[in-house]
Design a protein around this ligand. Sequence first.
Ligand code: SAM
Ligand code: DTB
Ligand code: SF4
Length: 324
Amino acid sequence: MAEWTVSSISALYHRELLGLLFEAARVHQQHFKPGEIQVNHLVSVKTGGCPEDCSYCPQAARYNTGIKKHGLMSREEVRTRAEEAKEMGASRVCLGAAWREVKDNDQFDRVIDMVKDIKSLGMETCCTLGLLTQAQADRLKEAGLHAYNHNLDTSPEHYGKIISTRQFEDRIRTLTHVKNADLQVCCGGILGLGETEEDRIQFLFALTQLEGPPESIPINTLYAVPGTPLENQAPISIWELVRMIATTRIIFPTAMIRMSAGREKRSLEDQTLCFLAGANSLFIGEKLLTIANPLPEADHHMFTHLGLTPKAPFSGSRHADAPH
Ligand code: SAM
Ligand code: DTB
Ligand code: SF4
């Protein structure tokens, strides 16, 4: 991988948009089958009541967001949800819990069983459960987990303005545990937290500094939820999103780039630009964890109209003819 610096990332990020987009599309074509999209489905296995203060999050107990909370779902319920996701065409199920960190208790045991069940359905499993110790990461790997999601969210400089109950370094430590356990690292961020362009560049630089590039990078745009401190934050334009996706694609040529929160607000044309810029992964289903996602009919129409094909589970992400 090329040695990226803050100034080379900055030069790339600030390139004229069409040139940036062409370059990103070229890099994308070199490494991936055009139009092959990874289809994921999220299950919120434990919703709301989280002790953290992430300013964007509807699940933090301290904000009044009116979400429907529930404790850890049963193993059977999650298995049914995974079967439904498979039926809908997903190759990966991501289990999300509104926890600060994983605790070594019967709830974690249950999540381990859920991971085993999903694996037995022939699907990839991803978990996003908060902070992890090395032993917990190893245990997830042993159960058959494919990937773990833990986001840097924003630049180290901006991070402290968004979250105070957990440090940037805590996140890096968890990501190191994930990497050491030989799990795939899924790590991305959110646009629209009031960050500057410099923060976005520093965020991308921080991603390049992880031990090994992340195998997948979710790019969320803030879904401003009433009751959270960021409820009045201005939305991110499609041009900012496309610029960010294209820059990310060039820096991380072989990563899956996932259009995550905020997709339901984008038109078919907007999403087409995101695919051209190098996005190749998304979530299906009416909800993400608690917030809205495009309707299944709209996604079905998009797949047909653009001729997109779903990526098979456990298949290499690379284009068959791509240079290695
Ligand atoms: N509690 C775990 C954690 O924080 O790692 C896992 C779940 S948490 C909801 C996963 C990610 O969802 C966050 O890191 C953040 O990037 C994203 N997210 C949460 N609320 C969001 C919102 N309102 N808009 C966009 N992204 C959001
Ligand atoms: C990620 O970066 N995006 C997904 C996944 N990781 C867990 C979730 C985004 C939406 C979270 C807000 C909600 O649905 O409550
Ligand atoms: Fe809790 Fe995760 Fe939401 Fe932060 S993002 S409040 S840790 S559920």
